[in-house]
Design a protein around this ligand. Structure first.
Ligand SMILES: Nc1nc2c(ncn2[C@@H]2O[C@H](COP(=O)(O)OP(=O)(O)OP(=O)(O)O)[C@@H](O)[C@H]2O)c(=O)[nH]1
Ligand SMILES: [K+]
Ligand SMILES: [Mg+2]
Length: 463
């Protein structure tokens, strides 16, 4: 079989060719700015510029123009017109951009005039990016990265999304896929030339180390949770005995009154979550019910939920009330895989007795949720914890979709490697082919019709 043919990106199978498509237009800038940007893509983009601005500007140069309504001739605004002929444009099609005054009436008038040109229609959400993908200007992972870049809230998210948007993940996956296809070709050579003596009976032996290496890389990528940690944020559970000051602590860290605080033990029942930017890292803090023998069914349910959420956490802060006595040597009532930090609270109280306790992952946070003392150090500590967990080379897998594809690929490779000597050539090659296919779905190189709506609906209109 022809290796080239298999590795080629075949998008013609996905949708009819885009040539002859509608020309789309949308306001691509956010609302309320002094300048608004109207973007156009499609075969009529140039015609719109001629109709409104009077001429086609030099490619990729801003040109100051009076913009007129194409039929009435009324001057609507003065702004910059730009012309990006395809295929060297963002979408691969002819594109145009009008930078105009951002007032609502101006934008409505100019957009109305653009859409009055025959062949024009308003763009749907994500449609520019979708066209860029269909025209081979970016792969699916780059499109996802772009969505993340636009939505990034913390600096760590921005950095990861930027790498992702500009091909970091796509290149890794294509590299895996190419190597897999090479190994498959070796084995298939064995199939095609089975009767000939000079074909390496050792084709399998040659292919195996490569497949093993690939499997190891896939496993390492799957084991690496940094992508989710940056994108979705670290989950930090606040746990402790009743009245330790957990709700007071989440309020103090969030600088908002989100949880009810009272001197009555067993106040918190439901899980309460708040997303915070801690030193440039996204974290979700969750306040939980105080852990004890519950006094009511509702409290028991609260405690059950607390334990379940604590088990999922990336970090657990065990809040201890120093006025109730020195901190215990080790956590009294939970066992988790995540690091458990001791946060000794209420140091403002005269009867507080801070004392080092050795049995904790980190044990020197003495704070007062009431006065705020020690909270800055705690925030920095948590930021540092997330930073340490996410540093290094950018992770290969970021979304659940990527993990699912990589997981499928790894499962096929596991079958292949597990029965390497027993499977006949066709079956062995088939497992490798299925693994390559799973990887191809990640970048959109093959078989992704069903994914497109999922990926592109995340975008806003104009992107
Ligand atoms: N002096 C002092 N009192 C505090 C501090 N933090 C909390 N408290 C008090 O401790 C009591 C319990 O606080 P909460 O925040 O409701 O404690 P909790 O751990 O959420 O309690 P449950 O939800 O019932 O498990 C309240 O009366 C708070 O005002 C602190 O740093 N100093
Ligand atoms: K309480
Ligand atoms: Mg509480």
């Amino acid at each position: 079989m022809d290796v080239q043919e298999k590795s080629a990106i075949d998008k013609s199978a996905i949708e009819p060719p885009v040539a002859g498509a509608d020309t789309i237009a949308a306001v691509s800038s956010g609302s309320g700015g002094a300048v608004a940007v109207i973007r156009l893509s499609g075969p009529q983009a140039g015609a719109v510029l001629v109709a409104l601005a009077g001429r086609l500007p030099e490619p990729r140069r801003a040109h100051l123009a009076r913009l007129r309504h194409p039929t009435s001739g009324e001057v609507l605004d003065q702004g910059l017109a730009l012309w990006f002929p395809g295929p060297r444009s963002a979408t691969g099609e002819d594109m145009a951009e009008l930078q105009i005054h951002g007032g609502r009436a101006v934008v409505a008038a100019v957009l109305g005039a653009v859409l009055a040109v025959p062949g024009l229609r308003p763009a749907e959400a994500g449609e520019f990016t979708r066209r860029a993908f269909l025209n081979g200007r970016m792969d699916l992972t780059e499109a996802e990265g772009l969505a993340d870049l636009i939505g990034a809230q913390t600096q760590a998210q921005r950095r990861l999304a930027f790498a992702h948007a500009f091909g970091h993940l796509g290149q890794r996956v294509e590299d895996w896929r190419r190597r897999l296809i090479r190994a498959m070709a070796l084995i298939e050579a064995g199939i095609d030339f089975a009767d000939e003596d000079d074909v390496p009976a050792g084709a399998r032996a040659l292919a195996r180390p490569e497949v093993e290496a690939l499997q190891a890389e896939l496993q390492a990528a799957l084991a690496d949770r940094r992508g989710a940690l940056v994108r979705e944020g670290a989950l930090i559970a606040i746990a402790g005995l009743p009245n330790a000051g957990k709700s007071s602590l989440i309020n103090a860290l969030a600088q908002r009154d989100i949880a009810i605080v009272s001197d009555e033990p067993g106040t918190t029942r439901d899980l309460l979550e708040v997303a915070l930017d801690l030193d440039g890292h996204k974290a979700t803090l969750v306040d939980t019910a105080g852990l004890r023998e519950a006094e009511s069914k509702v409290e028991a349910e609260g405690i059950r939920r607390a334990r379940a959420r604590i088990a999922d956490a990336d970090l657990v802060l065990w809040v201890h009330d120093l006025s109730a006595g020195p901190a215990p040597e080790a956590c009294p009532s939970i066992e988790v895989d995540a690091p458990l930090w001791l946060v000794a609270n209420k140091i403002d109280r005269a009867d507080a007795a801070p004392a080092p306790s050795a049995g904790w992952a980190v044990q020197d946070y003495n704070v007062s949720a009431a006065s705020g003392e020690g909270l800055e150090a705690l925030t920095r500590g948590i930021g540092g914890f997330i930073a340490a967990r996410t540093e290094g080379e950018h992770p290969a897998l970021i979304r659940a979709r990527h993990r699912a594809s990589a997981g499928q690929a790894a499962a096929h490779l596991a079958v292949a490697l597990g029965q390497w000597e027993r499977l006949d050539d066709e079956l062995l090659a088939e497992e490798l082919r299925l693994a390559a296919r799973a990887l191809g779905r990640m970048t959109g190189a093959i078989g992704v019709e069903d994914l497109l709506d999922v990926v592109f609906r995340e975008f806003c209109i104009g992107k």
